[in-house]
Design a protein around this ligand. Structure first.
Ligand code: IPM
Ligand code: MN
Length: 370
């Protein structure tokens, strides 16, 4: 039997409650498919600061290093931010640190609008076409997030100068472009590359490099869009997109926009992968939605993004394609059966039933066991 080690880091806000449901679903899948997970929990984010004085405690980092994959919840509690320096806050000291530490340059965010959730999409039905199905491939360890210099200078008299630097090298663009083309081959054979080549040096290099990489994927169509136009095209005609290839900051912004089209940010999973991607690669799996402190601990959060992130872990890091597909199908059936957390509920749907985090998790577990 295959055995894998998972570091489970629930983090803050809704993290712990959605993580609990994802682990239940993994346990249900384990019993049905032939694999075993050794899942070890550890604190991260404000939970790490409270437990061990740091957003990414040494013990947590050590656990991640000896694991085959990290299943991550979410970090950040903005209300507490003013109490510590910005470099020690969870977003930077835990999330960005892990991305850099493990070289997780490729972030995959699949957005799918299930037919049963057409009402939860902010776009009119005719714009949804035959269904929205987009994979955002976001570069995750370069660009404005990490470029140096990055600092704030005091110019005196209350005037400050804040500097962030956008940097990309050819090699960084090439490796993420290969990821996108590779993914497109397994989907609908189209890559839309996003840049701001009309203004930014980075955009020019991005476009040239992606075009060159694209020549070795003759079966994949390549299109380029400026980022402002892409933001508009997403709401006007989202069905034109298959794979959207973005640099770090553009991908951050456009993946939230795309998530809204998929019904809710609470439905968007993500996989962050490093070098050697393909089969059984170390990966980091997290819902894209954040810690949502306003609804934490109230049994209101949608656990689907966390559960689908766990499915991506089975697929990309462990090569357990059948188990991953079974979890995705179980989510689909739970939705078709009418289970709705508050974020995807509409009173107009007479056959749907509003449920909490636990009930949604239980419904998906039951579907996995069938
Ligand atoms: C995301 C988040 C993070 C990001 C934040 C929390 C640092 O928004 O994963 O999309 O900007 O990358
Ligand atoms: Mn984001």
């Amino acid at each position: 039997m295959k055995l894998f080690k998972v570091a489970a880091l629930p983090g803050d806000g809704i993290g712990p409650e959605v993580m609990r449901e994802a682990i239940e679903v993994l346990r249900a899948a384990e019993r049905k498919f032939d694999f075993k997970l050794e899942i070890t929990g550890a604190p991260v984010g404000w939970a790490g600061i409270d437990a061990a004085g740091k957003a990414l405690p040494e013990g947590t980092l050590a656990l991640c290093k000896e694991s085959d994959a990290i299943l991550f919840g979410s970090v950040g509690l903005p209300d507490r931010d003013p109490t510590i320096p910005k470099d020690e806050r969870p977003e930077r000291a835990a999330l960005l640190r892990i991305r850099k530490e493990f070289g997780l340059f490729a972030n995959l965010r699949p957005v799918r609008l299930p037919g049963a959730l057409a009402h939860a999409c902010p776009l009119a039905k005719e714009r949804q076409g035959g269904g929205i199905d987009i994979l955002v491939v976001r570069e995750l360890t370069g660009g404005m997030y990490f470029g140096q210099p990055k600092k704030t200078e005091d110019l005196g008299s209350g005037n400050f100068r804040a500097i962030d630097t956008m940097v990309y090298t050819t090699l960084e663009i090439e490796r993420i472009a290969h990821m996108a083309f590779h993914a497109a081959k397994l989907r609908r054979q189209k890559v839309t590359s996003i840049d701001k080549a009309n203004v930014l040096e980075n955009g020019v290099l991005w476009r040239e490099t992606v075009t060159r990489v694209g020549r070795s994927y003759a079966d994949v169509a390549l299109e380029h869009q400026f980022v402002d136009n892409a933001a508009m095209q997403l709401v006007l005609r989202p069905t034109q997109f298959d794979v959207m290839l973005c640099e770090n900051l553009f991908g951050d912004i456009l993946s939230d926009e795309a998530a809204a089209l998929g019904g809710s940010l609470g439905m968007l999973p993500s996989a962050s992968l490093g070098a050697g991607s393909g089969e059984k690669v170390f990966g980091f799996y997290e819902p894209a939605g954040g810690s949502a402190p306003d609804i934490a601990g109230k049994n209101l959060a949608n656990p689907i993004a966390q559960i689908l992130s766990a499915a991506l872990m089975l697929r990309y890091s462990f090569g357990l394609n059948d188990a991953a597909a079974a979890i995705e199908a179980a989510v689909q059936r739970a939705i078709e059966a009418g289970h709705r957390t508050a974020d995807i509920f509409s009173p107009a749907e007479t056959t749907a039933r509003k449920v909490g985090t636990r009930e949604m998790g239980a419904a998906i577990c039951a579907e996995v066991r069938k």
